[in-house]
Write a protein that binds this ligand. Sequence first.
Ligand SMILES: [Cu+2]
Length: 350
Amino acid sequence: MFFLLIVSSLSLNVFADIHSNTTAGTPDAHAPIGVMGDHTHHAGEWMFSYRFMQMRMKDNVQGSNSISPEQIISLPNAFAPPANLRVVPLEMTTDMHMFGLMYAPNDNVTLMAMANYLDKSMEHLTYMGMMGGTVRGKFTTESSGFGDTKLAALVKWKSDDTHNVHLNIGLSIPTGGISEKDQILPPMGALVEKILPYAMQLGSGTWDIEPGITYAGNASKWGWGAQYIATLRLEDNSKNYSLGDQHRINSWGSYRLKPWLSTSLRLSYTDLDNIDGADQRVALPVQTADPHNYGGERVDLALGFNLLGQNGTLRGHRLALEYEQPITQHVNGVQLEMRDMFTLGYQYAF
Ligand SMILES: [Cu+2]
């Protein structure tokens, strides 16, 4: 990767001179807001960004099929006794505040940093005792704080009036907590504070690399693009596990309705592996405590709008939103079903 970076930086000065900035001042010069690292900047330019993203999951699926709480409590508990699962997640909401900074030291390389503040909430149903379908009660676990921090270099590869290709060379720094605790309602006994299952943790605990490649094109009022980006875990964390590797392909098309407004459709494919290893502190009669109930494949469709202020004090300020829903999903084991995602973003370059 670093070899590529060097080679690209040297060879691509050729393209720098012919690059024309015909679309930087249009709303569709940026990809739909759900895509990260989609564009580069000109030498000396800075950009600040803030995104609010909400992700909602509700009810459970096994593979691709719905599964009820009553069916879930007949499944074996990986940490028996008790023999069967006794706690069922009902829904989960993740709110994410993402603060980004971009800076281009030259026309070929744009640097990017992103910090994430997470707010997670999961509602559960606890069944009584060792077996049977008697409900004991509901409880909600919460965790919040900074997640992992991302750094990336976007290296221009090819660029002309219509087509732009750059490489994404990213690093994820484990700044997010992996020992978040909250109170849970067990099948027997009183409320007790426990280390929360993986889904409720804020970080990965590992240094990860995030390589990728991004293509964007434009002609007249039309725009299009595609991005492949991976998250590769190179090690186990201090608790002897690593979250799954992820591969994601995004493709999108956009149309400029007004000089200040464009609309987009985006199709994304995500493949996430299950968790490797296990945190010995997490052993509860709930599906989320089992590393096998993580990862899967999903195809999402998103509708978006990009706005770019043209005059006066609004000039150069970008506002974007995107609403995303899965078309198909297949999970490993039993998991909450992804319902939808909503992203609202603000960007300003100077
Ligand atoms: Cu930017």
